[in-house]
Design a protein around this ligand. Structure first.
Ligand SMILES: Cc1cc2nc3c(=O)[nH]c(=O)nc-3n(C[C@H](O)[C@H](O)[C@H](O)COP(=O)(O)O)c2cc1C
Length: 193
């Protein structure tokens, strides 16, 4: 699948993450350590995606939406024309529910081209404020999956460093200029095989 020859130089990438209680930040840090890519919190003023050839976007899921969605909307010009890996951090595992929340949160031209890796996070009810606990109680009440209901009320810890492995593989491909995405890196830096 080597579509393009980068002429021997490495493409630059960065990890941009959005989370609240630390699990998305922890995954971003692990991915940063494993890939040597810089890690930026989207709340930092200097979190500028336009400086990079490819992007890893990490987002927690809250109330059926990706917390990174507003930042993506504001920075779309610097994101939409590049290869993107999205990692989500949620209570729910990968599946149609999570896919629908992603489709609801991000523009279609981005979701149709990006790679997605679903990671599972952590929830400690002691860390959540009264509003969050109320939201979770309502979610549990509406949820007809007994296992998920219990997790929403009692918390969970699915943090797993080994689950970042697929992202490491994708980054190596992106760095070598191998991507099935039609959104290729700057054409002036690559030559067609
Ligand atoms: C108020 C609240 C709402 C949440 N809503 C969802 C949800 O809709 N779907 C889901 O899968 N997980 C949900 N979660 C679980 C979080 O995605 C999970 O705890 C994640 O690890 C949090 O990431 P963070 O530690 O980076 O903030 C919710 C958690 C809280 C506190």
């Amino acid at each position: 699948m080597a579509l393009y020859d980068t002429g021997g130089f490495e493409l630059t990438g960065a990890i941009f993450f959005s989370g609240k209680y630390g699990s998305t930040a922890q995954y971003a840090k692990w991915i940063g350590e494993a890939t040597s890519l810089p890690v930026l919190d989207v709340n930092d003023a200097n979190a500028d995606p336009s400086k990079y050839d490819f992007l890893i976007l990490g987002s927690s899921v809250m109330i059926y939406k990706l917390t990174i969605r507003k930042w993506v909307k504001r920075n779309l010009a610097g994101i939409e024309n590049k290869p993107v890996i999205l990692f989500t951090v949620s209570g729910a595992p990968s599946g149609p529910k999570l896919d629908a929340w992603i489709a609801d949160s991000l523009p279609e031209n981005l979701t149709s081209e990006m790679e997605h890796v679903a990671l599972r996070g952590r929830l400690d009810p002691k860390e959540i404020n009264w509003w969050g606990r109320l939201i979770l109680k309502i979610g549990a009440w509406k949820n007809d999956d007994p296992e998920a209901k219990k997790e929403e009320l009692e918390g969970f810890d699915f943090m797993d460093k080994s689950s970042i492995e697929p992202i490491k593989g994708l980054v190596q491909q992106f760095q070598a200029g191998e991507t099935t995405s039609s959104k290729l890196v700057d054409p002036s830096r690559v030559t067609l095989e």
